[in-house]
Design a protein around this ligand. Structure first.
Ligand code: NAI
Length: 329
């Protein structure tokens, strides 16, 4: 069998952790030949729930699962990690200002970035799921100066998968007849699900659905899907978020399908006018284990305005965490 892989996951006692860990342990990420070590990070209040999940993992008797450990110290948990899912974050509570939210999360993602810097394996790949995901990823990345910047990403694959599913339903085609969708910008209400280059059953999506819907209600539906789920389910998306995080990491390690792209929040190289270093969502392909931003897409005025609006929000968040001293300059 292949060499064992060490997967760290923070927020292991939470609902996304519960939805993700069994799939990771069963081989959904790296296939049926790669043994897995799971390293679970929690805060003291979450340890008991994580321990319960670990008991259930034992009770699954997964042949690939070599070990499960739980700790509250990121320096311990990230030791030798090849892959890190950073899920645990400080949620916004009533009356909390944005600066409070950013500084609470800076207190989490700064130390976790430093711990990854000092302890993770050389091939570490990081995905941040905990919100505000793009800016939390930026904080972690900037606190890990010895890790190549492009190893830090944030999850917009859930938005991407939602965009695929909702378009396929509208066009009444199977999801695998849909391609070429991009989520641009921030994982927030300002995100821009872009159908300009999308293909539905071999034809341009904008010929297959009402273009006014594509540039109106559709964008809002995708961006507000999280709220729709909370309304219906009584709690936020968990299985779909875990699924998207696994899709993201699997594609990163094993490659995207030929001729297709997905959406990934990664450090900008200046493509499409997005300022350098900002962790923003782009169309991307994974080639030889590295994300490459898809180049050369035409951006019309509608798209330009939407992308710029979301990027402006990310710049504001970066400025705020800079002002709070959360990222070393
Ligand atoms: P949850 O509240 O069920 O679980 C979060 C867990 O993280 C808790 O067990 C908590 O104790 C733990 N935690 C908090 N701070 C921690 C720290 N410093 N270190 C380690 N563990 C810590 O929340 P859920 O539903 O699992 O969601 C987790 C995060 O994912 C939230 O921030 C949520 O907003 C975000 N999210 C992001 C999505 C995306 O598309 N980017 C989609 C869905 C959720």
């Amino acid at each position: 069998s292949a060499q064992a892989v060490t997967i760290a996951l923070s927020g292991a006692g939470g609902q996304i952790g519960y939805a993700a860990l069994f799939r990771l342990a069963s081989g959904d990420l790296l296939g049926p030949k790669t043994p897995i070590h799971l390293r679970l990070l929690e805060i003291p209040q979450g340890v008991s729930a994580a321990e319960g999940t670990a008991l259930e993992l034992t009770d699954c008797a997964f042949p690939l699962l070599q070990s499960v450990t739980i700790d509250t110290d990121p320096n311990v948990v990230f030791e030798g990690a090849n892959i890190a899912f950073l899920v645990g974050a400080r949620p916004r509570t009533a009356g909390m200002e944005r600066s409070d939210l950013l500084s609470a999360n800076g207190g989490i993602f700064g130390p976790q970035g430093r711990a990854l810097n000092d302890h993770a394996a050389d091939d570490i790949r990081v995905i941040v799921v905990g919100n505000p995901a793009n800016t939390n990823a930026l904080i972690a990345q900037r606190n890990a100066p010895d890790v190549p910047a492009e190893r830090f990403t944030a999850l917009t694959r859930l938005d991407h998968n939602r965009a695929v599913g909702i378009l396929a339903a509208e066009a009444d085609v199977p999801v695998d007849s849909v391609s070429g969708i991009t989520i641009w910008g921030n994982h927030s209400i300002t995100q821009y699900p872009d159908l300009s280059h999308a293909i539905v059953a071999g034809s341009p999506a904008l010929d297959m659905v009402d273009p006014r819907w594509a540039r109106g209600a559709y964008i809002e539906r995708v961006a507000k899907r999280g709220g729709e789920i909370i309304e219906a389910r009584g709690s936020s998306s968990a299985a779909s978020a875990a699924n998207a995080a696994i899709d993201h990491m699997r594609d990163w390690v094993t490659g995207t399908r030929p001729h297709e792209w997905t959406s990934v929040a990664l450090p900008s190289d200046g493509s499409y006018g997005v300022p350098n270093g900002l962790i923003s969502s782009f169309p991307a392909r994974s080639v030889n284990g590295q994300w490459e931003i898809v180049q050369g897409l035409t951006i019309d005025q509608f798209s330009r305005e939407r992308i710029d609006a979301s990027v402006t929000e990310l710049l504001d968040e970066r400025e705020a965490v800079n002002a709070l001293g959360l990222i070393p300059s």
